[in-house]
Ligand binder design. Sequence first.
Ligand code: G1P
Length: 290
Amino acid sequence: MSVRKAVIPAAGLGTRFLPATLALPKELLPLDRKPAIHWVVEEAVASGVETVILVLARGKEALLHYFMGNPSLKGRKLDSRLARWTEEVAQLRSRVELVAVYQEEALGLGHAVLQARSVVGDDPCAVLLPDDHFLPSPLPALVRGHDERGMGGLALRKVSPAEVSRYGIVSVKKADAPHFILDAAVEKPSLESAPSDLAIMGRYVLPRGFMRRLADGRPGALGEIQITDSLHAEAMEHGLYGYQFTGTFLDLGTWEGYLEANARVAGSTPDLAARLSNALANPPGPMPAA
Ligand code: G1P
């Protein structure tokens, strides 16, 4: 069976984006025109996914409202922009079954994904982390890897020594770049103990039965259930497919990365590029301290 379900963990508190995230889910902050959540749902659908499971924390229901549309607009004559975007979101919504589950406690990424178990069952599923944005998406390659090799798959990116300890890092058994067979994974190792410079990025295909493995997972460091520990067990027993991504990666998980991503994506249209570089060359006068 191919990959028809996707889990999108969106239960984080977004502390790097305070104070906006006091009232707004981080995943609704826009990259260019569209909120991060729109981009990832669209990406999942484009890879053949039919059911998306959003993992939410209490208070983040605005993510559902985004897709449900505004009933008070029904039957009214709409401004052309409002009509366009209402239609675009409705179109996307009509192509996918959206299910919400809650993660009641922040006990790690593995725990967040496990909350989707009642919907995923034993089926293979994709996982998309909205903080990681790729142009183009590596997910189709992971789905192909799964279908052709019968393995779970991970998007990989070569990272600099300074970045190694921020990511899950894999050990490679067989390499024919961009295709790899992996035999181990370790969460946020020190540079000295890292098995390679290939980092796990936020696109996964979890193979059939993986939820059972996650459910058996013991909490690791900080009492959290890390998905990487279960991926390690899977890699050792059955192997995992790794696809090295070499396109443009944008990190929406930090404030600096978010600003940079917007400058790069919005700035790729000629008129905005000129405006943005002009703006950077003309900073405002002294600002009050943040
Ligand atoms: C999570 C995973 C990590 C992975 C990263 C990708 O870390 O635990 O293995 O490399 O996502 O973005 P987090 O960003 O939640 O700290």
